[in-house]
Structure formats: C-alpha cells, structure tokens
Design a protein around this ligand. Structure first.
Ligand SMILES: [Zn+2]
Length: 151
C-alpha cells in the first residue's frame, strides 16, 4: 500500500526510538503477564494508539472520503470492514493498538502486529442494543524508523 496517511491515521507512524528501552540490536524484552509489572505497564501505554474513529456501515462515508483523499490505511480498513456481514445501518467505532512480539516470535522485531478493534452497534427499541466486536489484524513491516502496514 502507499505511504500517504490522513491526519488521524498519522498515529500509525512512530519513531522506533520510543521503544529503545525494550528493543536492542539482539534482544527484545518480551511482554510478560502480570498487571503489577512496571515494564509491562509502560510498554502497554506505548502500544495504545491515540485513535478513535466512528463511521456508519455499510457506506462508511468517513473512511470513504479519507480513502478518496489518498489515505492508504483508511482504504484498507474500509475494505476489511466490508468483508463482514453486519446489520445496516450499524454504528462502527474503531480503536487501534500495536501488539508486541510473543516470546516465541522468531523475527526479532518488537512490534509484530497492528490490531484494529471494530465495535458495531445498533440501538434497538425495547431491547438491548446489538453489539459485535471484531478484531482485524495487520502485519507490520518496519523500515527506517517508521512502522509500515502490510495487508
Ligand atoms: Zn486515514
């Protein structure tokens, strides 16, 4: 995919430097389980992206406009969302976070996946709202200090 990102998606680009306490030339500190672990807390904060976006399924006009204007990630996110069968219309909310390599990862890169968490919601009169949570994973190519997303 191309390199152009809209303002909201610009959070996907980051400087590897922020992870310098966690990744070295030959090592990665694995993300461990344990809520009281200070290292884990700091790492988890870094991995959450400041990104919340809402749109309406199935047209997804917000993503469509942004994709039309040239944002490569909005285009991919829209295409992936349209693979799902959801009530029409649904209110969609997106959140993004990076995932850290599991200890078994072989490629020696700290960040290994971008996770888009999509919540589809429909308010229904007289009953509980319809809610469905979908996770869409994207693999990452890292080059020259910038995270790049690969489908
Ligand atoms: Zn975008």
């Amino acid at each position: 995919m191309g390199d152009t990102l809209c303002e909201e998606c610009s959070v996907l680009s980051f400087d590897d430097e922020i992870f310098k306490d966690f990744v070295g030339e030959d090592y990665i500190i694995p993300l461990r389980q344990g809520p009281d672990d200070e290292v884990n807390k700091r790492l988890n904060e870094l991995l959450k992206l400041d990104y919340t976006r809402s749109d309406t399924f199935p047209d997804l006009p917000g993503l469509a406009a942004s994709a039309e204007a040239g944002c490569a990630f909005c285009e991919v996110l829209r295409e992936e969302t349209l693979r799902y069968t959801l009530p029409e219309p649904s209110n969609i909310t997106y959140r993004l976070r990076y995932l850290w390599s599991p200890p078994c990862a072989s490629d020696g890169v700290g960040l290994y996946m971008l996770l888009a968490e999509l919540t589809a919601k429909v308010d229904r009169e007289g009953s509980d709202p319809y809610v469905r949570l979908i996770s869409i994973a994207f693999s990452i190519e890292s080059a020259q200090g910038t995270g790049r997303i690969r489908e």
